[in-house]
Design a protein around this ligand. Structure first.
Ligand SMILES: Nc1nc2c(c(=O)[nH]1)N[C@H]1C(S)=C(S)[C@@H](COP(=O)(O)OP(=O)(O)OC[C@H]3O[C@@H](n4cnc5c(=O)[nH]c(N)nc54)[C@H](O)[C@@H]3O)O[C@H]1N2
Ligand SMILES: Nc1nc2c(c(=O)[nH]1)N[C@H]1C(S)=C(S)[C@@H](COP(=O)(O)OP(=O)(O)OC[C@H]3O[C@@H](n4cnc5c(=O)[nH]c(N)nc54)[C@H](O)[C@@H]3O)O[C@H]1N2
Ligand SMILES: [Mo]
Length: 764
């Protein structure tokens, strides 16, 4: 049987036989399919699927009074679905009665594509229907940008709807990229990508004569055939480099004063800081070259020459999301907008700034603003939330006050955590600190298809069906396809579709009818398909389901970012307090945050190569996105495994750094700092700045001793080493890219990887 499917890494046709997925073929409309789809047959039937509902022995015997340090070591006891659902519903009712809905934390993550079965939406709908919970706001991806950019420009378009690639191809002459436009990243798009187009747009830009200048610690962040000039500054110094460019513009009278006067507010305040009138430190090219560690002989002149080039031709400034996933990550975003404003090209075709080109396979695509309908999640009656990356602070400090985006807030006291669709032992920084926090709640419930590190450390584990085991609609907001996600096989083992799990829980808790609204899966799909169909011309549902996809025409004349504002700054005023681009923000200034003052500012990251902490931990670790999987998803799949070295995650390091430590290609190394340690397999390459290492995210946490906090991770999870601190009091965002480490050879016998084995299960 052949059916169609879409994932975050692309659409494909599925060949299945006797309840097993046996092969996949890329969707024939995809011009550059991702090899990641090859993982699907193997992972669907992998031995680490969770066979049946499971309860941790300690929790089964003592309920919410169990010894929570047994999470991760106690054996699991298989139970029937009825028993499992009774336990979950009973515990939820108990917590609600004893502590209220604000004692429940619900969290999701990327999960799988699909408008209806989206794990985060299902979980929210269920918990809202139950009376509410503590939700999460912002994200790990672009959390700092998501707070600062709307404050400066009035909305998120700079991130989510920057000027489209065809406009760049046609009009841009120079593209200056902080973080590059990595081919590995554009394989992925949230909720699915029907055709991978980004790299072909970049090549079209090159063919049209666009020149690229790339600032990033890793050469591969741009494809080799683009002919980009590669500059490899110290990580986390992008704001300083942009200031060096900005200073040159002012010093040489190249800034666009008319643009600044008409469309911006507060340039004078920033200018005084930039020129050193405030702190006697001019942020000139020499200053920037020194901070960013560009070559002493040529660095400052390189910055000056680039500033002149940028001012003399149509220039697009691109900032990848990684650049803001660092301490004070608000600053490179604010500074990029400030610099673009000084160049005066914002709102012109192919000029200005975009944050996230290449970070995702959809950014900059010219798509018709999506006719899309997602599952309604209802309203959270508690209204409670935390900034997503502050989860450990919340668990460790109930009742403590903290700042977030101008508010003074208080952390709730969480008794029950419900995780569905995220892998916290992948995403969260400083895992040893997280392990302490993980012991705090009385009960942890996890929905997962696979025995992830989070599932292994839960009290109640409910096995869920994957996308291939249910029907759905793939309709990503910036993709031009609707894809019929057709069930290929029945759920593997005893797994159940999450919607049915929630419906049965809601029945026990007294709100089944409001949860289901009387619809089954296909009823919901028809309903969700017909809503956009009332506004857009589309085939009827049955025809869509049979054809397997609908393709919409790309926008013919995609809007230029801030084009309308440039044309008429009064009528199309920005939704900022001044109606203009806020180079200085009275509002942010008024918050009085020393870690995020009223204009873009150079603030030293907590850890970076310019700090004296390099005496003990001299290497800056970049834990970027992996080539052959999505985060921790499919880590046990064939494409991800093919990239491992002796079963460990591959760590890239510069020949000079490797030689100094007696390391060679294929060696196993121990990476460590005061927060933790892990093993990794060494790849020596001159494609990385000396002093920087790359250890991508996603290797499943695999401690030598699962019962011990601080144990060595055998597998290469970089979050053993990252710092768990907010970017600033403004955005409180994840700062994974600010971490110093040291590396040494690991000469002991390498311990076996056990992350993908089933944990110990009682024989019934
Ligand atoms: N050090 C470091 N850490 C980082 C980052 C970094 O750059 N460096 N990046 C951060 C970023 S940008 C992100 S977005 C996060 C990502 O963090 P997560 O979103 O938590 O990562 P995933 O591995 O995608 O986790 C999704 C989980 O959902 C499961 N799943 C799949 N489909 C379903 C489903 O239908 N239902 C349920 N219940 N589960 C399902 C998968 O098996 C997987 O375990 O990580 C962040 N962490
Ligand atoms: N293959 C694959 N693609 C993915 C994902 C995945 O898991 N796998 N995840 C997706 C998700 S959820 C997200 S949010 C996006 C993230 O998109 P990004 O945040 O753009 O991706 P990263 O791979 O973390 O970083 C891109 C490059 O930025 C460079 N970089 C890191 N720090 C700095 C810095 O301080 N300054 C400069 N100038 N450059 C720096 C690194 O060399 C890195 O390779 O990727 C998406 N794409
Ligand atoms: Mo992300």
């Amino acid at each position: 049987m052949t059916t169609r499917m879409i994932s975050h890494w692309g659409a494909y046709d599925v060949e299945s036989r006797d309840g097993r997925v046996v092969g996949v073929t890329p969707f024939d409309r995809d011009q550059e399919p991702s090899p990641m789809i090859e993982a699907m047959p193997g992972i669907t039937h992998h031995g680490c699927r969770i066979a049946t509902p499971m309860v941790r022995r300690g929790w089964l015997e003592h309920g919410h009074e169990s010894d929570t340090s047994g999470r991760g070591t106690d054996e699991f006891v298989p139970v029937s679905w009825d028993r499992a659902l009774d336990l979950v519903a009973g515990e939820m009712a108990r917590v609600k009665a004893a502590h209220g809905n604000e004692a429940i934390f619900g969290s999701s993550g990327w999960a799988s594509a699909g408008a209806f079965h989206a794990a985060g939406s299902q979980l929210r709908r269920f918990l809202n229907g139950f009376g509410g919970f503590v939700d999460q706001v912002t994200n790990y991806s672009f959390g700092a940008a998501s707070v600062i950019v709307p404050r400066v420009t009035g909305n998120m378009d700079t991130l989510l709807r920057p000027t489209a690639w065809p406009t760049i191809v046609e009009n841009t002459r120079l593209m200056v990229l902080f973080g590059g436009v990595a081919a590995k990243n554009s394989q992925i798009s949230k909720d699915g990508v029907g055709s991978h187009d980004v790299q072909s747009w970049v090549r079209k830009a090159r063919d049209a004569g666009v020149e690229f200048v790339q600032f990033s610690p890793i050469r591969d962040d741009m494809a080799g055939d683009l002919g980009a000039d590669w500059l490899a500054p110290r990580p986390n110094t992008d704001a300083a480099i942009m200031m060096g460019l900005a200073h040159t513009l002012v010093a040489e009278g190249l800034q666009d004063t008319a643009f600044l006067d008409t469309y911006c507010t507060g340039f004078d305040r920033f200018r005084a800081y930039l020129m050193g009138e405030v702190d006697h430190v001019p942020k000139d090219a020499d200053w920037a070259a020194e901070i960013s560690g560009l070559p002493p002989e040529t660095g400052a002149e390189t910055i000056r020459a680039l500033a002149r080039r940028m001012a003399s031709q149509r220039t697009m400034i691109s900032v990848s999301w990684s650049v803001q996933r660092c301490d004070h990550g608000e600053q490179p975003c604010w500074m990029a907008i400030t610099l673009a404003a000084m160049l005066g090209q914002i709102g012109l075709p192919g000029g200005g700034v975009g944050i996230g080109y290449g970070s995702m396979g959809s950014t900059g695509n010219p798509v018709t603003p999506g006719p899309r309908h997602s599952l309604p999640v209802g309203v959270n009656p508690t209204g409670a939330y935390i900034p997503v990356a502050r989860v450990v602070d919340m668990l460790l400090n109930p009742g403590a006050d903290y700042d977030f985006n101008g508010d003074r807030r208080t952390y709730p006291d969480i008794k029950l955590m419900y995780w569905a669709g995220g892998n916290p032992f992948h995403k969260q920084q400083d895992i040893n600190r997280f392990l302490t926090a993980w012991r705090r709640p009385e009960t942890i419930i996890v929905h997962e298809p696979w025995w992830t590190p989070a599932a292994r450390r839960a009290d109640i584990v409910l096995p869920v069906a994957t996308s291939l085991e249910r029907n759905d609609i793939g309709s990503a907001s910036r993709d031009r396809f609707f894809i019929a996600m057709q069930q290929a096989i029945p759920p593997v083992g005893d797994a159940r579709v999450e919607y049915d799990i929630y419906a049965d829980l809601a029945l026990r808790l007294g709100f089944r009818d409001s949860f289901t609204e009387g619809r089954d899966e296909m009823g919901w799909l028809r309903h969700m398909y017909d809503i956009p169909r009332q506004k857009t011309e589309m085939p009827d549902f049955d025809e869509f389901w049979q054809t397997g996809h609908v393709e919409f025409d790309p926008q013919e004349d995609p809007p230029v970012l801030f084009g309308a504002f440039r044309e008429n700054p009064r009528r199309a005023a920005l939704k900022t307090p001044s109606g203009r681009i806020e180079i200085f923000s009275e509002t942010i200034h008024g918050f009085g945050y020393d870690d995020c003052p009223g204009h873009a500012t150079w603030l030293e990251p907590a850890e970076w190569l310019g700090s004296d902490k390099i005496a003990r931990h001299p290497l800056h670790m970049i834990s970027n996105q992996p080539h052959h999987r999505l985060h921790s998803q499919m880590d046990f799949g064939a494409p991800s495994q093919a990239g491992k070295i002796k079963g460990r995650e591959a760590l890239w390091m510069h020949p000079g750094d490797a030689a100094a430590r007696g390391l060679a290609d294929g060696d196993i190394a121990r990476v460590f700092n005061d927060r933790g340690s892990c093993l990794a397999g060494v790849i020596v390459t001159d494609g990385i700045r000396q002093g920087v290492i790359r250890l991508p995210t996603g290797a499943w946490f695999d401690p030598l001793d699962a019962g011990e906090i601080g144990s060595l991770d055998k597998h290469g999870n970089p979050n053993m080493l990252t710092l768990d601190k907010g970017s600033s009091r403004l955005a409180q965002s994840c700062i994974a890219q600010s971490a110093l480490v040291e590396i040494e050879r690991f000469d002991e016998a390498a311990p076996a990887i056990t992350a993908f084995e089933t944990p110990s299960v009682a024989v019934s």
